[in-house]
Design a protein around this ligand. Sequence first.
Ligand code: NAD
Length: 458
Amino acid sequence: MYKIAVAGTGYVGLVAGACFAEVGHRVTCVDIDENKVNLMKSGVSPIYEAGLEELMQKNYAAGRLEYTTDYISAYKDADAIFIGVGTPEQPDGSANLSYIATVARQIAETIEKDCLVVVKSTVPVGTNDKVEQFINDFLVNDVRVEVASNPEFLAQGSAVHDTLYAERIIIGTESKWAEEQLKGIFEPFHLPIVSVNRRSAEMIKYASNDFLALKISYMNDIANLCELVGADIQAVAKGMSFDERIGSKFLNAGIGYGGSCFPKDTKALDYMARQHGYELRTVKAAIDVNNDQKTVLFNKASKRLITINGLKVAILGLTFKPGTDDLREAASLENVPLLLDQGAEIYAYDPVGSSNFSKVYPEGMNRKGSITYVEKIEDALTDANVCFIFTEWGDIKAVPPETFEKLMRTPLVYDGRNIYNVVDMRDAGVEYHSIGRGSATREDIKESKKLGFQTARS
Ligand code: NAD
């Protein structure tokens, strides 16, 4: 059993803390946000993650998990301090390391015994060296401190599962002592551990995330070409997926990647390369494709409609992906202002994301349009002139094609997640546009009605 402190209780820190407690360590989670800490103490998770609240309550009750804003008491006698604070993107694409630096200084000024500091946040290569130097520069007591890298690979929406059953744990250390400490901490998880040096560990995180971002942008690029040449991206992806060298995951075309990681980590690696006089052309291409992909549906709709002004626009899904309340870099955040600027009357539905979204776009008149948050999908769709699907939440995927036809004033759907079968939508009488596949146009619908598909189904 180790005495562990975790700095930062976001998606990474809180999940790590709860999982460390779950395997038997004594954990204190530290955050500067008093509201968050009070919420956690009352057994409520400040973030939406499946299974997290149960884990928090169970381990809090067992006395293995605590929450505090008092970093001094948490850090002073910890065996290991994990840093999981944010490293957000700066305007030039570089990672903002100020939160890491603050924690490093707090650690230096408080620790009273030998301690391993573990950087879990995603940081540019070489940051761990600097953190170690920084801590030693400011160290108050005569204790030994070493810094190790332990990048996080969880995916939001399945963070607890991804932590308890991680495919691998990467540890980056510069001494046998640090390596043994980290191996000891992760031993109860019984997971494969890959032990490398610190700089390689830092790079593994970026290289992995950027590879996934590249895979998504590649499929989106191919999808856009599919539309032009009459191929179907889903059929293409299926055909590709049998090749083990390619793999079957991350082949879904869509409206671009979002979230707190891929966008910033691609930009940070691109920035890092430029700092070293190197142009990382593949990653740059992934970034470029993604930037354009987010508005591909808006552009299609703008071409199709004479105006969006005064139209009732249904938006299904606001978060960057299902299973999370996180909006960072979500496609909705790109498209909503464009629609509002065109005078759209938006009715937005999301099972968990509306409250966060309304902090950015409060309900009511906004720019040249308006936005209303609804609690039922039907309320968004009723009398709508056009519908955009941005997130493939389960309840959104469950809407039958006929519902669009029945509820909407004009059943015109732009689906950024390729949820529906084009033929099913056509046969239900829905004009349907998606990513990298054929569309169901008004003419197709008339033709299918003439041929009797509609009557055969109804
Ligand atoms: P987050 O923004 O959700 O949480 C960061 C937390 O740190 C906040 O609660 C904030 O109040 C707290 N904080 C700031 N300064 C602090 C201080 N001095 N002491 C204690 N707490 C402090 O961030 P996140 O999404 O959990 O990401 C954290 C890091 O992990 C980032 O580097 C990110 O790139 C990386 N990462 C994130 C994910 C993900 O899916 N979110 C996955 C892998 C890696």
